[in-house]
Design a protein around this ligand. Structure first.
Ligand SMILES: C[S@@+](CC[C@H](N)C(=O)[O-])C[C@H]1O[C@@H](n2cnc3c(N)ncnc32)[C@H](O)[C@@H]1O
Length: 260
């Protein structure tokens, strides 16, 4: 029996929420996380490292690259350190649009994040870039004639190859002005091994989105035609991070690229 008495698949966004220590999840997701941690004990640390990476990337873009507008696709449930908070530390008027294909995520984001002009959220799908870019909220908050950052944090690994993820990213980057940036983080099976990766895929096959691991070089492919910001693509835990010790296993890789 599910929380609502009906049949419901564990939700990928709420699995991540529980991994991050959030409260917007149900028994189905908590059970899925227990199973995930049995296979990948450092999955929680990887989720936290991913969240911190997105924050560092946004802070870098707002502070060092002069970016004042952000489209965060696959934004997730509000958690500690949301994109507009990092962006607005630097520029109190930074425009931020949160997009997610989960209506529950969007209603939480509207209630908790869209509390000031220039920050909004709507339901949209990464598999439909024209639908996102032509949405009235994007048109109202984002000037597509000026540089913008597109943030794809931990979302492309829910897009299988048959949905043409590289073409989707190309459509997004083609539509934005030169000087725009792309932020990506993505699960990889580089260090967890084929057996564990297979078990994680099986687990997410029961959820509402599939888990698609890609290698570091496959993730690099998303940045084709862009200039990579140093240190390039690698373990998100180490990206421009001041770490006291070596990062753990590479479970999420990511980077930032600039459109020339
Ligand atoms: C793991 S969370 C990542 C949250 C945040 N971006 C971060 O990195 O901390 C992934 C989010 O992507 C959303 N998502 C999955 N597939 C999507 C799609 N095709 N279009 C838009 N959002 C999607 C899920 O609903 C979930 O909220």
């Amino acid at each position: 029996m599910t929380h609502d008495g009906g049949s419901r698949r564990p939700n990928a966004g709420r699995i991540y929420n529980y991994l991050l220590g959030g409260k917007d999840n149900y028994a189905d997701e908590r059970q899925a996380v227990d199973q995930l941690l049995a296979v990948v004990p450092d999955a929680r640390a990887a989720a936290q490292a991913n969240r911190r990476f997105v924050g560092r990337a946004v802070r870098f873009l707002a502070r060092d690259a002069g970016i004042g507008q952000f489209i965060d696709i696959g934004a997730g449930l509000p958690a500690a350190g949301n994109v507009h908070q990092f962006a607005r530390e630097q520029d109190p008027l930074a425009g931020v649009v949160y997009v997610d294909n989960d209506p529950v995520v969007v209603s939480h984001a509207r209630a908790l994040l869209c509390t000031a002009p220039g920050v909004c959220a709507f339901e949209g799908d990464l598999r439909d870039p024209p639908g996102i870019l032509s949405h009235p909220d994007v048109r109202a908050v984002i000037d597509l004639g000026a540089p913008v950052a597109i943030v794809l944090g931990a979302v492309l690994h829910f897009i299988p190859d048959e949905d043409s993820p590289y073409k989707l990213v190309d459509l997004l980057t083609a539509a934005v002005a030169p000087g725009s940036y792309l932020v990506i983080s993505h699960a990889t099976d580089q260090d967890i091994g084929a057996d564990a990766a297979g078990q994680v895929r099986e687990l997410y096959a029961q959820a509402n989105a599939p888990a698609v691991f890609r290698s570091r070089s496959e993730v690099a492919g998303f940045f084709e035609g862009l200039e990579l910001v140093p240190p390039g693509i690698g373990n998100v835990a180490a990206w421009n991070a001041d770490l006291p010790s070596a990062p753990g296993r590479t479970i999420v890789v990511g980077g930032v690229g600039r459109k020339p």
